[in-house]
Design a protein around this ligand. Structure first.
Ligand SMILES: Cc1ncc(COP(=O)(O)O)c(C=O)c1O
Length: 220
């Protein structure tokens, strides 16, 4: 809901001030998206700077490829809840009855997305990428070795995007300041890391048929 994002923008407002203290400004802002609240929190103040103060920061949302709401979903009216009791709202959705196949980043498994984030993606002001879980765990472990913090599986998605964006910049011979929001730690789900390190995590196929069926059910 938009008021939740408004509340969360304290993240981006503080980050703007903190970066101001260091004299830095991000070229890219990256965040993971479940419903969109932590992402909106960090991204919307920077988007405001783009629109009002002629800044040119790239804003990127990241999601799991098994729950690809922004990258493969439909921009249409749907219920916000799974049983269909809320008013219908226009958002990117995979259908309110869609349940993603088992992924460890459970917080990114919501069928829809915040209305304001959906509208901004539709308007082309926010980009979106999706990743399967194995490469995101690899990026999470890289981060843990580098920073001594084990990130939540949700966060590993944006870390993967951040690593890729840094490598893309390196290849292009450019220097980019990339900001991402470390919105949670992974200490409650260490068994997921254990499974990854044991080579037991499989990257399932994109659930196209399940999504088509769930989307068809919206209009029915
Ligand atoms: C650590 C973490 N990050 C991100 C999310 C995604 O939610 P949202 O997109 O609403 O911020 C969750 C949701 O549970 C979470 O636990």
């Amino acid at each position: 809901m938009n008021h939740v994002l408004l509340h969360q923008t304290v993240i981006g407002q503080e980050t703007l001030q903190q970066m101001g203290l260091t004299g830095e400004y991000p070229d890219v802002v990256v965040g993971c998206v479940g419903g969109g609240s932590n992402f909106g929190g960090i991204a919307l103040p920077f988007l405001r700077e783009n629109l009002k103060n002629s800044r040119n920061t790239r804003i990127m949302a990241v999601e799991p490829s098994l729950c690809p709401t922004l990258t493969k979903g439909f921009f249409t009216y749907d219920f916000a809840d799974t049983v269909g009791t809320t008013p219908m709202m226009k958002m990117y959705t995979l259908g309110h009855s869609f349940v993603p196949p088992g992924i460890h980043a459970g917080g990114l498994g919501y069928h829809g997305d915040s209305l304001i984030i959906s509208a901004l993606v539709d308007a082309g002001l926010i980009e979106a990428r999706a990743y399967p879980q194995n490469p995101t765990f690899e990026a999470g472990i890289l981060f843990a070795w580098a920073e001594g913090i084990i990130p939540a599986q949700e966060v590993t998605h944006e870390i993967k995007a951040t690593v890729d964006l840094a490598l893309e910049a390196k290849e292009a011979g450019e220097q980019k300041k990339i900001l991402f929001n470390l919105c949670g730690h992974g200490y409650f789900d260490l068994s997921a890391y254990e499974q990854y390190l044991a080579g037991e995590l499989v990257d399932l196929e994109y659930p196209e048929e399940a999504i088509e069926e769930a989307v068809a059910r919206i209009t029915r």
